[in-house]
Design a protein around this ligand. Structure first.
Ligand code: ZN
Length: 190
């Protein structure tokens, strides 16, 4: 099985389940994180116009509270990731802003999702050390999206005014017609 095949997509019911907290960082946890990184990069290699910015463990079918986020999402050649184990949002700050969002588990689909400008995060690193951080802008959006995955929530649940898009071969977003949204919703909801 290739690493790409590890990424599951809608309507796989595991995307709708709650992930469990990680206790100790076992070899299995380390393996899961390495598989997640490889899977995100393998997915990206099949996509001309998209970056595998982040992944949550349920997206490879592992129901544990683990998230990885690209350290430098603007640079496809930089393949480093930050790891967040048991991440929690401890505070939302600033205004809600609506921007397009996509998901490796919902192919070719984008939607306009409102997210808070700034979040404060508490998590554990790969060595089991607790850390806190404040994230704003794009990183705040990515973390809100990924932490939603740990609760079985997908971005399509919170798209504003049915503003859904398809990505075309040249990387442009074109509006998804209403009848396609209706049939896609059956998939998204599992
Ligand atoms: Zn996602």
């Amino acid at each position: 099985m290739s690493t790409l095949e590890h990424i599951i997509s809608v309507p796989d019911e595991r995307l709708r389940q709650h992930a469990q907290r990680v206790g100790v960082i076992t070899d299995d946890v380390v393996d899961t994180i390495e598989t997640m990184k490889a899977a995100a990069l393998a997915w990206e290699n099949t996509r001309e116009n998209e970056v595998g910015v982040a992944l949550a463990a349920p997206q490879i079918g592992v129901l544990e509270r683990i998230v990885i986020v690209r350290s430098h999402p603007d640079d496809k050649t930089d393949q480093e990731f930050e790891t967040f184990i048991n991440p929690e949002i401890t505070k939302y700050e600033g205004e809600l802003g609506a921007e397009p969002e996509g998901c490796l588990s919902i192919p070719d689909t984008y939607g306009i999702v409102p997210r808070y400008e700034t979040v404060r995060i508490a998590a554990m690193d790969i060595h089991g050390a607790a850390f806190r951080m404040k994230a704003s802008g794009f990183l705040a959006r990515v973390l809100q999206h990924e932490i939603d995955h740990l609760h079985g929530s997908l971005f399509v649940d919170t798209v504003q005014d049915d503003a859904f898009y398809k990505i075309t071969d040249n990387g442009k977003l074109t509006p998804l017609p209403t009848h396609e949204i209706d049939s896609a919703r059956v998939l998204w909801n599992g």
